[in-house]
Write a protein that binds this ligand. Structure first.
Ligand code: SF4
Length: 381
């Protein structure tokens, strides 16, 4: 209640911050010589807050809030979904989260292809939706059947997997198919892309609150250090985001470009959750990872270390990684949406051939996907 009062229901504070943003934005725009001050977020929940509360409508013309890679479900490559579908069709029990269940492969629109885990289950495969890895462990122990858990998520989810492996809670009949991703390498990739493609460069970044609670606010210091871009870690109330935008403008104005754990110290420490980091490093190793519609980003994923290879579905079942092939359904612009190059409404299929009830592309499936957020709450452009 106190937090609500401070960060959500305080209209006077919101008004005051918005006025300061309006005052400062045109000055900063001139100072940095850019018509648009692009500020990118890297978290589906920040996109949700921005859209749900209509924060774009509060921005001056010079400030553009763009969504970046912030949805792990959206970026899970089609090849991973296809591999797990194949295992389900071969008789393995597959455990998955609810939004991954409906995630379409690149082939889902083709006749005679099993295009999602939901379609596999409709054909009789044993695909079970779980809320957590713990649920899958309990169920696999009871069933004793050869099983596979489809491991999706960013740094926020990974510690919950790591601890269970470390504490030897995972039964031998449950393999782990890792599609785990790391936020910071993808954030850096997106920012570099804007620069190299001749687009308006990103002028500031809003670091993800949940992810930063694990990896620490310090993980974003490379933006000011290497790219001269201010980075602000904020929370998930509207005033958190407004205050983040103002801090970025203040940094750009003063020339003192920093990374800041603004007022989200209530959750995020500069060093993050060191215990969780240790657990992750004990169980997982850094690997190059494929991001859907984008391709391979170096050292942007995690897979089980050799000590845990007995649980590694790829190794145990001889699944070979194929070179990445473009993996979005025809016409889908999820890759551009994910990289902040296009808004969901730039896609001609948005809310026509692609809706939350009948998603055509991956960004419309999970509630963390920008297309799904815009579909539900309006674009507020
Ligand atoms: Fe892809 Fe649908 Fe978004 Fe278009 S609206 S980019 S098809 S998910």
């Amino acid at each position: 209640k106190q937090i609500d009062a401070l960060f959500r229901e305080n209209s006077e504070l919101a008004k005051s911050i918005t006025e300061q943003i309006h005052k400062l934005a045109p000055i900063v725009s001139k100072e940095i010589g850019r018509e648009k001050i692009k500020i990118m977020n890297f978290c589906g929940s920040h996109e949700w807050v921005t859209t749900h509360y209509g924060l774009r409508a509060l921005m001056p013309e010079t400030v553009e809030l763009i969504p970046g890679p912030g949805c792990p479900v959206c970026v899970t490559p089609s090849s991973d979904i296809e591999n797990v579908i194949k295992l389900a069709m071969e008789g393995y029990t597959v455990y998955t989260f609810g939004d991954v269940f409906k995630l379409p492969t690149v082939k889902h629109y083709k006749k005679d292809e099993v295009g999602s885990l939901a379609a596999a289950r409709a054909l009789g495969a044993d695909v079970r939706i779980v809320y957590s890895f713990v649920d899958a462990i309990e169920d696999a122990k009871k069933s004793g059947k050869p099983s596979v858990f489809f491991g999706i998520g960013f740094e926020t989810t990974t510690p919950s997997y790591a601890v269970l492996f470390e504490k030897e809670k995972v039964p031998k009949n449950l393999l782990f198919y890792s599609s785990l991703k790391l936020t910071a390498p993808a954030a850096e990739f997106a920012v570099r892309l804007h620069k190299s493609k001749g687009l308006v460069p990103v002028s500031g970044v809003i670091g993800p609150g949940h992810v930063s609670s694990i990896i620490g606010a310090i993980s974003w210091d490379f933006f000011p250090r290497e790219y001269k871009i201010p980075a602000v870690v904020t929370g998930f109330e509207p005033i958190d985001v407004l205050a983040g935008v103002l801090k970025i403008l203040q940094d750009l104005h003063s020339g003192d470009i920093t990374y800041t754990n603004l007022e989200y110290k209530r959750v995020v420490k500069y060093q993050g959750n060191v215990y969780a980091q240790v657990e992750i490093n004990k169980v997982f190793k850094l690997v190059d990872a494929i991001w859907r519609g984008i391709g391979s980003i170096p050292k942007s994923g995690l897979d089980l270390r050799e000590e845990y290879s007995m649980y590694n579905a790829r190794e145990q079942l001889g699944i070979k990684e194929k070179p990445w092939d473009y993996d979005l359904p025809p016409g889908c612009r999820c890759n551009e949406v994910t990289l902040g190059i296009a808004y969901p409404t730039d896609c001609p299929m948005f809310m026509k051939a692609c809706t939350p009830a009948r998603p055509w592309g991956p960004c419309m499936v999970s509630m963390e996907g920008a297309c799904a957020v815009w579909a539900r709450f309006g674009s507020t452009e």
